[in-house]
Design a protein around this ligand. Sequence first.
Ligand SMILES: [Zn+2]
Ligand SMILES: [Zn+2]
Length: 266
Amino acid sequence: MDFFSIASGSSGNCICVGDDSTHVMIDAGISGKRIEAGMNKYNYTTADMAGLLITHEHSDHVSGLGVISRKYHIPIYATAATIRAIRSQKSLGNIDDTLFHVIYPDQDFTLGSLTIHPFHISHDAADPVAYRIENIRSKVAVCTDLGYYDDYIIDNLTGLDAMLLEANHDIHMLEVGSYPYQLKQRILSDHGHLSNEASGQLLCKVLNDNIKHIFLGHLSHENNYPDLAYETVNLEINMDGSIPYKGKDFDITVASRTDVSQRVII
Ligand SMILES: [Zn+2]
Ligand SMILES: [Zn+2]
């Protein structure tokens, strides 16, 4: 399988995962032009995507959806409540009804050679999910926009070969930063976003010998920066005496808000 991020962050998200026969896109929260340019970097085109997996209706995950769906007619997969919320966003323009396919958390579905497993996440959206995607050889997950993690999330991220995991904010930067009080509370709540510390702690629960790459993603522009996310997550791994790993045992990189990431081959 291969796995890369075209954009990741609170200003837009678009991730590509696939194998020799099937590729899917997770979220389309940047312009259609940027998505296509990102695909082209690795000799794909948006039209190669067998499906568009949507996590939730926030604009940083769907802003390019209208344009892409009109241009390429790619099937869109999302929960029923997410589809309703997308359809109510006038800014996306008209999206052909027949492109939408309802998915259910915890119910696998197949697209070509890929098995897709959506699972619940706690976030302030209609019915948000994250995705685990596997073929006969490998298993990857894209897990962002979650206020907290529990055993259910840990179960869903166990045994992966690669993942993109949210490391949204530094709690201290958020607390002293310029965001209004209500927004700070929202981000810190159980329906907000994972901090760097929480992201590192979650990683400690799911690290295994087979992980080839970890992308840290969905960084906040205001309340985080790549070196801080990387260092904090590493520190959490290094401090956890209950696991046989150190941060340096893994390839961990931060997925950029603006640039296409490296392509990880698993
Ligand atoms: Zn988001
Ligand atoms: Zn969101």
